[in-house]
Write a protein that binds this ligand. Structure first.
Ligand code: NAD
Ligand code: MG
Length: 391
């Protein structure tokens, strides 16, 4: 029996995690659920999984207490605030933490789980992009087991040699696949008028709003290049991105002898979630099997700088001074939020991100406090860029 904390339980990854958990009541029990808002959904999850703790933003705590009381769930304790997120991530009762918060807000609880040696299932890529080397070092010194949940990185993890000691020796290159998002074939000149609804309508995946916008700009793939670099210790110029609109091949590893291993499946996040939960075993995920007869063709195309300038910021930031990737992530969080609130044009998200990277004066950031300060500073720089690019 594994005891789990699910950070971000009301989100797209959080609810799909609970879907897999519910299929295996003999294997998993829930210690804590956390969310920022959505009181009724969280109360419903509490009813189904009866955790010991539930964490929500302070302004929603009274409503959640009331909702739990109305359901007769008075034994579940309601906590609030960033410290509570860390506490439920590192509690001694917990074996496994699903990190499914969106954004750099997830770094502190991820680090708490890493430091206390948990099995950490990482969906929250922004935490790793900000945390970088320091975060990977924290995982090592804490004795934690870090398993990727992002479908591409789960695919790579499944294709790589079992022992990390062999990765550098055997692997020549890793190839991340990208769907190309909803605007793969749209005239780049027409991107100025894109609405949040259009940007969030992904052809293959239903996801949270932030990652949906990132998929449309391909900043998501940029974050994933950085994520792959840290997770697998691969040099940036040994990471390639290819557009594969069907999202059936989730990523590939090219070996030194030019043999290529790929992981395939229907686009359903429950597969990498189930793999993370059960690794090194395999359990039923609820996903449909691939039907090759119905599938037809798998196609590939290169991403171009004209259409997807965001992607190329990944290599720029990785080549830049330490901290650059955290600055890029913070700028992007600010820009995407502004776009979703209709304060910034879609085609100017990139301008804010590139402008923030340029405006930043490198400083040394090591340790969680420095990293959170870097994140806050970069957000301030990005807000100044917003002023420049808002209509
Ligand atoms: P989402 O917006 O659907 O859910 C986010 C969850 O985090 C919610 O429960 C929300 O209440 C909580 N949350 C948001 N801000 C918070 C804050 N400041 N403090 C505490 N909790 C907060 O997002 P999602 O699509 O589930 O994505 C979650 C993470 O997983 C992201 O980092 C994303 O990049 C990654 N990811 C998602 C998918 C996917 O298919 N959705 C695939 C790969 C990776
Ligand atoms: Mg992904």
């Amino acid at each position: 029996m594994q005891t789990l904390t699910v950070l971000g339980s009301t989100g797209s990854i959080g609810t799909q995690t609970l879907d897999v958990v519910a299929r295996h009541p003999q294997r998993y029990r829930i210690y804590a659920l956390t969310a920022q808002e959505r009181v009724q959904e969280l109360a419903q999850q509490c009813q189904q999984f009866v955790p010991r703790f539930v964490v929500i933003a302070p302004e929603h705590a009274p409503a959640l207490r009331w909702a739990l009381q109305a359901r007769g769930l008075t034994q579940i304790e309601v906590l609030s605030g960033p410290q509570a997120l860390c506490e439920v991530a590192c509690a001694p009762e917990v074996d496994t933490v699903m990190a499914a918060i969106v954004g750099a807000a997830g770094l502190a609880p991820c680090a708490a789980a890493a430091r206390s040696g948990k099995k950490l299932l990482l969906a929250n890529k922004e935490a790793l992009v900000l945390g970088g080397e320091w975060f990977m070092q924290t995982v090592r010194t804490g004795g934690a087991t870090l398993l990727p949940i992002d479908s591409e990185h789960s695919a790579l993890f499944q294709c790589l040699p079992e022992s990390p000691a062999l990765w550098a020796q055997r692997v020549e290159k890793i190839v991340l696949t990208a769907s190309g998002g909803p605007f793969r074939q749209r005239d780049p000149a027409s991107l100025a008028s894109v609405t949040p609804e259009q940007a969030c309508a992904h052809p293959n995946w239903v996801m949270g709003r932030k990652i949906s916008v990132d998929s449309a700009t391909m900043m998501n793939k940029a974050l994933e290049v950085i994520e792959a670099h840290h997770l697998f210790g691969v040099a940036p110029d040994c990471i390639e991105v290819v557009i594969h609109p069907q999202s059936v091949i989730h990523s590939m590893v090219q070996m030194r002898d030019r043999s290529v291993l790929a992981q395939l499946g229907t686009p359903d996040m429950r597969v990498p979630i189930a793999y993370g939960l059960s690794w090194p075993e395999r359990i039923e995920s609820g996903a449909e099997a691939l039907d090759f007869a119905r599938l037809g063709a798998l196609t590939f195309e290169p991403p171009t700088r004209e259409r997807f300038p965001a992607l190329f910021l990944a290599w720029e930031a990785l080549a830049g001074p330490r901290g650059s990737t955290g600055v890029l992530n913070a700028a992007n969080e600010v820009a995407v939020q502004a776009f979703l609130e209709r304060r910034l044009r879609f085609d100017r998200i990139h301008a804010v991100n590139a402008g923030t990277l340029q405006a930043w004066t490198p400083s040394n950031a090591d340790g969680i406090d420095d990293l959170l300060a870097l994140d806050a500073h970069a957000r301030a720089l990005a807000r100044a860029q917003l002023q420049r690019w808002q209509d």
